[in-house]
Design a protein around this ligand. Structure first.
Ligand code: C5P
Length: 230
């Protein structure tokens, strides 16, 4: 029987947030942003262990109390210079005690509003899949491509277009091979696609957005507070 593990790359600087500390440590609903995704993933019963990938130079982690999550949490200070590098380094560590067929769910630290139901739905849909897949959302807006002058150069059809989210769920052996072959990707699915495989798209909703800009904090705070009051 394959087992399930999660990797949360959190070794980025989050420069688009324009803050002094890396965005994963900004305060969100009374906790560091990173807490929320880790807490959700550690509550998913089928996930055995959640590995958080920090930069070797990270000086923020120790500032907070992670004890309530510690039972299922593993801290890996093996972050690389890119997101794909951070994930590949974590996979190398995990390969020591996981089987190539075990499933790995990679989730952005900055998608703080992830829910257990979304993760359960992903696992349910993909547990017997030959390739794996990802949470994603069909594009609702009309898409524009910009020209160099900041004006619209073209309207791009939104038909069959999806926004990729995370978690992205693949078997450890396949994901290692894919990231070794294609280290320049911005998500795991991109590396798997480059092997000629077609990851499955599992529809999620907009609440699983990636906190990127300062105004995203207020929206995430509203979502998290509304849930905790419900
Ligand atoms: O910057 P962006 O939001 O696209 O990063 C996505 C995720 O990848 C974040 O959780 C970030 O911390 C992580 N990352 C990483 N190592 C890097 C760059 C980004 O773990 N070198």
């Amino acid at each position: 029987m394959s087992r399930f593990f999660a990797i949360v790359p959190a070794a980025g600087s989050g420069s688009r947030m324009g803050a002094k500390r890396p965005k994963q440590y900004l305060e969100l609903a009374g906790r560091p942003m990173l807490w929320h995704a880790l807490a959700t993933l550690t509550r998913v019963s089928r996930i055995e262990r959640v590995c958080v990938v920090l930069s070797p130079e990270d000086e923020w982690w120790e500032e907070f109390d992670w004890q309530p999550l510690a039972e299922r949490l593993q801290v890996l200070r093996v972050g690389g210079s890119t997101r794909a590098g951070s994930v590949a380094n974590a996979l190398r560590v995990l390969a020591a005690d996981l089987a190539a067929e075990d499933w790995v769910l990679v989730h952005d630290a900055a998608r703080a509003c992830l829910t257990e139901a979304q993760v359960d739905g992903l696992i349910e849909a993909l547990a017997d899949d030959p390739v794996g897949g990802l949470l994603a959302q069909p594009v609702a807006d009309t898409l524009k491509r910009s020209g160099a002058d900041g004006r619209v150069a073209a309207t791009v059809s939104r038909e069959a277009m999806w926004q990729a989210q995370t978690p992205q769920m693949f078997r450890l052996g396949l994901l290692r091979e894919a990231l070794q072959a294609k280290p320049g990707v911005t998500d795991e699915a991109g590396a798997v696609e480059a092997l000629g495989l077609c990851p499955r798209l599992i529809a999620a909703d907009a609440t699983n957005f990636k906190l990127t800009y300062p105004q995203d904090l207020a929206l995430a705070e509203l979502i998290l507070r509304a849930r905790s009051e419900a």
